[in-house]
Design a protein around this ligand. Structure first.
Ligand code: MG
Length: 327
């Protein structure tokens, strides 16, 4: 059998970060938005495979009320079933103090919170107002901090909103600055529906940094609806951003925005970063194997471009090899 080396040719570009944090959101943000409910043992195996592939920044699940997101009703079971390697992060999203308490009881030692850059998303997704979401996030950050838990803060709908269209960048930077001031360790600007373009990415990052948030504390959470997620990553790299969210296999969509596709696929992101000579600590071949395994387990095609390309290349090579072999 012929094996394809699943790695791009490396050509570094001057001025980019030498190492990037790939923050894996597949088990949480990915699976919460897929229609099927994945059994807990499959979720736990997915996390184990991601850790084995080198992931050290993993968002496992979300302690939202099960009535909100039935896909993640088994949050405590998943946390209990996953063995976290030494030095690796195992983050859980929490919507409020009650969720924080459930997460801590389950053994979680790092959490994430979400605020919204628009009123419509706050109401549809967080069941509150923009100000209400920020108040809840600040409460969680304080309570988590009191227990020594780091908190990651998301600003959702930072680049556009399916109800409101263009989003005021000042609303985004105000929310980001408030999370930072409250003590969130990382602020992730979320392109929840995938409408960011490189020019807007440049503007929003610049305006966010101008509020005093250090670039080391800034992350981007991108969706690939219009195939611009990697262009936006490249733009952000040139501005010094060195943390990006992605989901294995491009899992997830936004249930509130029809047509919005999944998160940026981890293997697509890693292919580009490795091609730029940027270290991620991730094993691309193991990521692709994980995507194929999950696709088989769910009975759906592997969605990421890199997984498809490598599968096609492997199939083609094996056909050629078979033809070349004497009968
Ligand atoms: Mg997402």
């Amino acid at each position: 059998m012929t094996t394809i080396s699943p790695s791009p040719r490396v050509q570094p570009e001057p001025g980019l970060p030498s190492r990037v944090t790939v923050y894996e959101v597949g088990p949480r943000d990915g699976l919460q938005a897929e229609a099927d409910i994945i059994p807990s043992p499959i979720k736990a195996e997915l996390c184990a495979r991601l850790y084995a592939a080198g992931s050290r920044h993993l968002e496992l699940t979300s302690f939202v009320p099960p009535s909100w997101i039935p896909q993640l009703a088994d949050a405590a079971d998943v946390v209990a079933a996953v063995e976290v390697p030494q030095g690796a992060r195992a983050v859980a999203l929490v919507p409020n103090l009650r969720g924080l308490r459930r997460a801590i009881d389950a053994g979680v030692r790092e959490v994430a919170v979400v605020v919204s850059a628009t009123e419509s998303f706050a109401q549809a997704n967080l069941n509150t107002t923009m100000a209400g979401a920020l108040d809840r996030a600040v409460e969680v950050i304080a309570a988590a901090g009191a227990e020594g838990l780091p908190v990651r803060g998301y600003v959702s709908m930072a680049f556009g909103d399916p109800w409101e269209g263009e989003v005021d960048t000042a609303a985004v930077t105000t929310a980001a600055a408030a999370l930072h001031a409250a003590g969130a360790g990382t602020i992730a600007l979320g392109d929840t529906i995938g409408v960011a373009t490189p020019g807007l990415t440049t503007r929003l990052i610049s305006e966010t940094l101008a509020t005093g948030i250090p670039v080391q504390r800034l992350a981007l959470h991108l969706h690939d609806t219009y195939a611009l997620a990697l262009a936006n990553v490249h733009t952000a790299l040139r501005l010094g951003v060195a943390e990006f969210d992605s989901a294995i296999g491009g899992l997830g969509r936004c249930p509130y925005a029809k047509g919005a596709t999944g998160n940026l696929a981890t293997e697509d992101l890693v292919w580009m970063l490795h091609g730029l000579g940027i270290e991620t600590g991730l094993d691309l071949a193991a990521l692709v194997t994980t995507t194929r395994w999950l696709s088989r387990a769910r009975g759906v095609p592997a969605p990421s471009r890199v997984a498809r390309a490598l599968a096609a290349a492997a199939a083609d090579t094996s056909r050629i090899t078979q033809e070349a072999e004497p009968a």
